[in-house]
Unconditional design. Structure first.
Length: 157
């Protein structure tokens, strides 16, 4: 479970925020382990664009940098390269299922499942509320880190 891909629509707000939040969390919780954590989009609209400035600013307010990150699109071939694909909302879930066509290893999950919630991560593209999105993502990432830790303790890593 050391290869995690976060996925949202454009890969300029929520999924890169999750990528950099999770990188920080695993570096603190699992300092001796190597992780591959990245993010991608289900659409082509923002490919090549940097992280949206308000999302970048929200990360900066929490001491996180996302410099050098540019939007990339999820590909069907990514399925074999990652252990988990974490989507931000139900639309992303539908779109990722179109890209992968199947999920035989049950790798695809909504982020807030790991926080015991069934709702979606707030979308700041529409609300302009990047703080709420950050808090949703942080809550989900903390739950995901706990899930990874529990799997390690139970020998399922």
């Amino acid at each position: 479970m050391n290869r995690i891909m976060f996925v949202c629509h454009g890969n300029i707000c929520r999924s890169p925020m999750a990528e950099f939040i999770m990188k920080k969390l695993v570096s603190e919780k699992f300092p001796d382990e190597s992780f591959v954590i990245s993010s991608s989009a289900t659409s082509t609209e923002e490919i090549g664009n940097p992280v949206y400035p308000p999302a970048k600013e929200e990360l900066r307010r929490h001491g996180l940098s996302c410099g050098g990150k540019y939007a990339v699109r999820l590909k069907e071939s990514d399925y074999g390269m990652y252990d988990l694909f974490i989507v931000m909302d139900g639309n992303n879930l539908r779109n990722i299922r179109r890209i992968f066509t199947s999920d035989p290893e049950n790798k695809v999950h909504k982020l807030l499942e790991f926080a015991g919630r069934s709702d979606d991560v707030s979308d700041p593209w529409y609300t302009r509320d990047f703080e709420t999105a950050y808090n949703d993502i942080l809550e989900g990432c903390k739950g995901l880190a706990e899930y990874i830790g529990n799997n390690r303790r139970n020998g399922n890593a």
